[in-house]
Write a protein that binds this ligand. Structure first.
Ligand SMILES: [Zn+2]
Length: 194
């Protein structure tokens, strides 16, 4: 059996699969890959590897090499090219290359794995009261108007305190709490944090 490194040396013809350098080549296993082994790895030089692993070291011009390597027929190379172009897209030219790039559906999903996660983390849902004050689970609020409670004849009166609220993780407009022993959903526009 051929080792993964040998397999990659052959595939790459012993040059960096991203920038064609022949110096200091090694195996880089692509994070967030659906498979493992050579098909989920690229054979790259130390310059590329350092910049991939440490975003602060990135020199955008080094990655002009992707202009060629993005056309590789190897999905692993396409994925790394896509991810680096995506990381650099604010430079302008990488966005142009991304727009030209064609990926099979599976490869596109693989390329976006991890990237999407990072973006979702940034878009965490934040609940705010009627004044824009951030609400956290366990906070207390008062109602700033009378609210009809859905599915019952109850009216939750303006000025009622709702203690130890919980937050709807899917919707930034909804919080939950107890009023007169009843568990109700309240719209954040109608509460004020106390
Ligand atoms: Zn390289």
């Amino acid at each position: 059996m051929m080792s993964m490194e040998n397999e990659l040396q052959q595939r790459s013809e012993s040059s960096c699969e991203l920038c064609k350098s022949t110096d200091a080549l090694s195996v880089y296993e692509i994070p967030n890959s659906p498979t493992s082994g050579a098909e989920a790895a690229v054979y790259i030089c130390q310059v590329c590897k350092d910049q991939i692993e440490d975003p602060e070291k990135v020199e955008p011009n080094h990655w002009r090499c992707l202009n060629d390597s993005m056309w590789s027929t190897v999905p692993a190379v396409q994925v790394m090219a896509w991810r680096m172009l995506n990381r650099l897209r604010a430079e302008g030219w990488p966005q142009d290359l991304l727009d030209m790039m064609y990926l099979e559906e599976e490869t596109a999903e693989w390329a976006k794995a991890g990237v999407v996660e990072a973006e979702e983390e940034e878009n965490l849902i934040i609940h705010r009261d009627s004044n824009g004050v951030v609400l956290e689970a366990g906070d207390s609020v008062i109602l700033i108007k009378d609210l009809k409670v859905k599915g019952s004849s109850m009216i939750a009166k303006q000025g009622t305190a709702v203690r130890r609220i919980s937050l709807d993780q899917e919707n930034e407009k909804f919080i939950e709490g107890r009023v007169d022993g009843q568990h109700i959903v309240i719209i954040t526009d109608f509460v004020k944090k106390i």
